[in-house]
Ligand binder design. Structure first.
Ligand code: ADP
Ligand code: MG
Length: 705
């Protein structure tokens, strides 16, 4: 078998299984080999049925000898029962209201069950257990081993209906027996870090004899992921360094002019970031920079500076924001700031096209047709085009695009960024901005191709936002406190719980409903005397714009919203952020919400209202309360929830194991050292298999676009 062989061609699969494989992203032999177990069952941790105690949580391995369905006669609840035998005794598993679970469990199958032991009319039973099939062989191995410690571990995989862990194991056994897996890591690296060969590692991760084996395999496979990632990013970095970008001229006059436009004195961090940007833009090579700074640290000014320099050099800039609300905010900021310097600005979203200045009133923007706006971008009537995803469309063309910028870049995939860049025959300078702090390991790997500028301070006079977790019985106290803030003419955001649905339309509808309900509640019985506005994804762009404007102008005092205002929104007079259903949001996201307040010298507050409390969410919310900066939270999220939770690993295309590895600073640094050496000494050609692997990564990244 070759690594590229298609699973559905070499194995017999049912249509249902084909679908499941697709869903799991398992198309080729290599995909399956790289579908690693998420955990291993250690039979030593299994309980014997004869040793059970009531109330304990257990895992047992057994054979299903009987499956039954019934309805309780009083309450008409569907019940499914299965009898499990493990050689030491018999136990009944009972599923209440979940008969389908037992339907997928044929008599005679062997599985690992986990659940809680209950007691009913003097007999033990296992309540609503989860289960995973294991092979008959593994089952008898387990019971024939005298010392369970030496028995092999059972890998468990993420699965989908039709493809079980058992199916995966069986087919992997075959694949590993018949496939020669080539080694692509250079020999020196393998030796230096004492890594197992790829073939061995793949065998050990799927069929470990003990946990040490599994760990060694994992180490090697994680190393390779991080190494490949860095190698491809560093290669790109070098390629950029060797290509040319528009050489922008800067001088003291220009800089002075820009500083005179700014309504404030930049902080030291902002000045440093401006200098970084200046240096890149005037170097002649394309800039590829990430501007990182906590929410409210003032990143927009840096973007404005870069765009200003481009425009003053007779070139164009474009600035992409993740939401319409934010794009408009930037548009208004930019024309207010740069309009005085005769810079012309456009706004493009899926439904709005505007241009500044208007012919009639040179202080105001005007609506134009989309085709007119696009024509102006192409003819350079517009210097800076700001917008949403609409900017990436093919129709959008520039005459002389020198600079592409992306705000809140963690919200965009690598590919979207790439597309924005490909809008030109030469390579535009690229600047991205993120408030989501990236732990060092991630910064070293995922963004190995980027230079980073850090804005490490907030503008002067900002006070630490007071964060309070409000239990239900104290809600009224919070409300009366908030009333005082409102009476002092300050403003309030209310975020409604996130609703997760795979169908986006349904999700938006349900979120709209919950926003309306919250609005009704506040209007009727909490803050009837104040003007309240609503904001959600189903509002049209006009309504969004009007609502945001009324809120910014202080006509609306309380804005009830979904997470659409998560990023970027800047209304300095708002001092209270209320988050409902807080357990449904990630920490980084809540930190973003909190960042909507504390944008002036007034003391601001964040009230967190959880709907339910688990120990885990209590810990997380506590971390949010105590963390001083987004960086602390990012480290926390990385440690407790994995990097994927941090900002969405899918957009990075990094597997779970790679993400796990990113927690390991030492490994990341080692991989970085090696990748750097390969790139800097230009050794790639010496390792054809490695080169092939890198090309595969590059082409799959392009393929996605
Ligand atoms: P973010 O980094 O979150 O994008 P913004 O650029 O939106 O932050 O800036 C947040 C607020 O702080 C804005 O109202 C902006 O005008 C203001 N601001 C930015 N820099 C300074 C500064 N150096 N001094 C005072 N206010 C500033
Ligand atoms: Mg911003």
């Amino acid at each position: 078998m070759t690594l590229d062989a298609k699973l559905e061609e070499i194995f017999r699969v049912t249509p249902r299984q084909r679908l499941a494989l697709k869903k799991l992203g398992l198309l080729t032999v290599e995909n399956l080999l790289e579908h690693f177990p998420y955990k291993y069952e250690d039979p030593a941790n299994f309980k014997k049925i004869s040793d059970l105690l009531s109330g304990e949580r257990v895992r047992i391995a057994g054979r299903v000898t009987k499956v039954d369905f019934e309805k309780t006669w009083k309450r008409k609840i569907n019940i499914a029962k299965a009898t499990i035998e493990d050689g030491s005794g018999k136990l009944e598993a009972v599923w209440f209201r979940q008969p389908y679970i037992a339907k997928m469990l044929p008599e005679g199958s062997t599985a690992v069950f986990s659940g809680k032991i209950g007691i009913r009319s003097g007999k033990y039973y296992l309540a609503n257990p989860l289960y995973e099939f294991i092979s008959q062989g593994a089952f008898s191995d387990f019971f024939n081993t005298i010392t369970p410690r030496s028995s092999p571990l059972y890998p468990l995989y993420s699965t989908s209906a039709g493809i079980s862990s058992l199916w995966i194991q069986k087919h992997l056994e075959k694949i590993l027996a018949e496939t020669k897996v080539p080694e692509f890591l250079p020999d020196e690296i393998i030796k230096k870090y004492n890594l197992p060969e790829r073939q061995t590692a793949l065998r050990l991760i799927h069929f470990p004899k003990n946990l040490e084996h599994a760990e060694a395999a994992k180490k090697r496979l994680a190393f390779e992921k991080v190494f490949l990632l860095q190698l491809s990013r560093m290669k790109r970095k070098l390629e950029l360094k060797n290509s040319s970008g528009l050489k922008i001229k800067n001088n003291d006059e220009l800089k002075k002019e820009f500083l005179s436009l700014l309504p404030f004195k930049p902080t030291i961090s902002q000045i440093k970031a401006m200098e970084d940007v200046e240096r890149d833009l005037t170097s002649g090579n394309p800039m590829n920079r990430l501007l990182e700074g906590d929410v409210g640290s003032g990143k927009t000014a840096i973007a404005a500076y870069a765009a200003f320099l481009a425009a003053k050099n007779g070139a164009q800039a474009t600035y992409m924001a993740p939401t319409e609300i934010l794009a408009r905010q930037h548009f208004e900021n930019f024309f207010n700031l740069l309009g005085k310097s005769n810079i012309r600005v456009g706004l493009l979203t899926s439904s709005i096209s505007e241009k500044f200045p208007s012919k009639i009133n040179p202080k105001m923007p005007t609506h134009v047709s989309k085709s007119q706006l696009l024509k102006w971008a192409k003819e350079m009537e517009i210097h800076i085009l700001i917008g949403t995803h609409s900017l990436i469309e093919k129709k959008v063309e520039f005459k002389n695009l020198a600079l592409a910028m992306v705000d809140e870049q963690h919200r965009f995939g690598v590919n979207q960024r790439g597309r924005l860049l490909r809008k030109n025959s030469f390579i535009p300078h690229f600047l991205s901005m993120s408030a989501t702090p990236i732990p060092r390991t991630l910064a070293l790997s995922i963004y190995a191709d980027l230079d980073i500028s850090l804005i490490s301070e907030l503008p002067p006079g900002r006070k630490q936002i007071e964060t309070k977790i409000v239990p239900p019985k104290e809600r009224h106290i919070a409300y009366s406190f908030i009333r005082q803030r409102l009476n002092d003419d300050e403003q309030v955001f209310v975020i409604c719980p996130r609703i997760q649905k795979s169908d986006k339309e349904t999700m938006l509808k349900m979120e709209m409903k919950s926003v309306k309900e919250e609005y009704e509640k506040l209007k009727k019985s909490v803050f009837p005397e104040f003007e309240i506005g609503i904001m959600h994804g189903k509002l049209g762009p006009k309504e969004k714009e009007e609502t945001m404007r009324s809120f910014r102008d202080g006509k609306i005092k309380i804005l009830v919203s979904t997470s659409v205002i998560e990023v970027g929104v800047d209304v300095p007079n708002a001092t209270v952020m209320m988050i409902e259903g807080a357990e449904r949001f990630g920490l980084a996201q809540m930190h973003q919400f909190r960042g909507r307040v504390g944008r002036s010298e007034k003391q601001s507050y964040c009230f967190i209202f959880p709907n339910s409390y688990s120990e885990n969410s209590r810990q997380r919310l506590k971390a949010l309360k105590e963390a001083k900066s987004g960086f602390e939270l990012a480290e926390y999220d990385l440690e407790f929830r994995g990097a994927g939770e941090l900002t969405g690993k899918n957009q990075w295309g990094v597997s779970d194991i790679g993400m796990d590895a990113l927690k390991n600073l030492k490994m990341v640094e080692a991989a970085r050292t090696e990748a750097k050496m390969v790139v800097e000494k230009n050794l790639l050609a010496k390792f054809p298999l490695l080169q092939e692997k890198i090309q595969k990564i590059e082409s799959s990244e392009i393929h996605f676009e």
